[in-house]
Design a protein around this ligand. Sequence first.
Ligand code: IVH
Length: 669
Amino acid sequence: MADPKERIQYLRDEIRRHEYQYYVLDHPLITDAEFDALMAELLALENAHPELVSIDSPTQRVGGAILDKFKTIAHRFPLLSLDNAFSFPDLAQFDQRVQNMVHQADYITELKIDGVSVLVVYENGVFLHAATRGNGLTGEDVSANIRTIKSIPLTLKTALPRLEVRGEVYMPKSEFARLNVEKEEKGERTFANPRNAAAGSLRQLNPQITASRSLSAYFYDVVYVEGATLNTQQEMLALMLEQGLPVNPEFRLCRNIAEVFEHCEQFTERRHELPYEIDGMVVKLNSLAGREELGQTAKSPRWAVAYKFPPEEKETRVLDIVVNVGRTGIIAPTAVLEPVSLAGTTVSRASLHNFDLVAEKDIRCGDLVLVHKAGDIIPEIIRSFPEKRCGTEFIVRPPENCPACESKVVRPRGEVAYRCENINCPARLKESLIFFASREAMDIEGMGPAIIEQLVERGLVQKLEDIYQLDQEQLQGLERMGPKSAAKLLDAIDKSRQQPLFRLLTALGIRHVGPKNAKILSRHYGHMDQYYHVTVEQLVQIPEIGPRIAESITGFFAEPRNRATVEKLKAAGLNITAAKTAPGPLPLTGKSFVLTGALPSLSRSEATQMIEELGGRVSSGVSKKTDYVVVGDDPGSKYDKALQLGITLLDEASLIALIEAERSLYTSN
Ligand code: IVH
């Protein structure tokens, strides 16, 4: 086999090249699966040869520990902000001031990306750290989070001794919309705009959260460079591009202010077509020598200005406030508006998100309101005009019963949303069924969304329990379903009757009760009937179960419609008891572990407990008999000894994966 060192180098280069193609150029050359295969091979090699892991490896984007708080970083050079121009006459004035000092005033106009300003520093071509702009003099060290942004390279194309670049981290409009839907479904507060969403995602102490939000970045300024000379903004942009940094392609060299106007005008229209939000254009003197001459004030340079687009807001009237039940049971108010054209489309509805917000903004049926589009796409009411009321307007309050099924509406603790808790509510049914049959729940093979869609549309399934009454003939009647596949599906449904209790508990879709909590619960309460009587006080005795989870469980079983469904499922012959623990020794019996260094999230005693629960032993010294050494930050000499003896090394993530795998094999028997 090839030298692992060489192979690792080859894989890293390939992965970097493809990341650049995909995330920066938006032009992938290979399929996702091919990319994943490269990454998997690299990960495996690095696991087998931990001494070859390096900080700039593509595998190291997420690896950072959860922080207590951010460190501060003092910027070497102050990061200035810009003066604003709100009209073309303002821009002409700026041009005049520039022309008074420099003769040949060429400008570069760029899009003003609406995100978070960051500084990224590379040393010898390798990512060193990244900071927010902060107050311009010091910012927060957000290196671990910036590393997770795939369009930001961890290595430059050439090993410049030092490069400090400034750019904007932003959240694409589509990701902003997705994230807000997700937040709304969880009953959490939504982000007001993509900038807040980007800032919120970047200021996460846990880099895993940042990594899960598709952030991206564009760079627009070289703050400092060693190893290259630059004379113009154009050259700056070119240098950054050559080094593999993402640079927004829509910049333009303008020979005079008329061309600047033209470019600004063009994007006042086109801004809505862009996949990210811009709030204006930045006009910069191209010549760096000219910039020297013009200088700067305490806050901003005299050689650049931000042209801000006029806000896109319109007044209209609220014709009605209607209440919808979402696919996850959330009951949300929506304003029906007198149609207005706004940011390129006609708007006639605006989500009001939740009833707290309606009260906070004092929005009433019949009100005159100001609307805009959050993130340039989501219509939203900014404010009402109480002073313009005529007396016929009225307040719309949350309903006491679900508009779709009449169940009592609840408002879970800590959430802004009201919910329908009835799993069989027609508004939620498809979603409930998809989850019920899914791999993490009852795992009914062949019962995917397309089949469920048909079953519900045809009225064959009106409640979860109806799944277990389906027959061959009914299934055969579905589209693209022959006798053979119908029989197979029927068999899969039948087999699911034997699933252990934790799967059924999961499948009921009780909020906060995923497979992990369901397993914990079923170890303590191993019979379904116990859940009818268990109290919040009893449930919170279980160390992993907090009041929010406990209330969700008792709330679920308090709803008579849910109890009726559970009874029907029992009658259909489903297993309602926890699997007996498998006979024989525990899965890690005889295995010895040694811990060294601080693990990112588990304490020493938590890790020990996890290992011991499955029969493993944790000892203090490494010897030939040690099976695994778990390595954290700043490992001691045990790490060197483990390397010498060639003992299998685990980091926290792989320890957890090992434990989970063993545990699930063990308990699902
Ligand atoms: S130039 C001295 N260019 O807008 C250089 N800024 O107040 C100053 N921004 O804080 C920045 N896109 O966060 C520049 N193409 C661009 C930009 C841009 C967005 C942000 C940046 C800055 C704010 C201006």
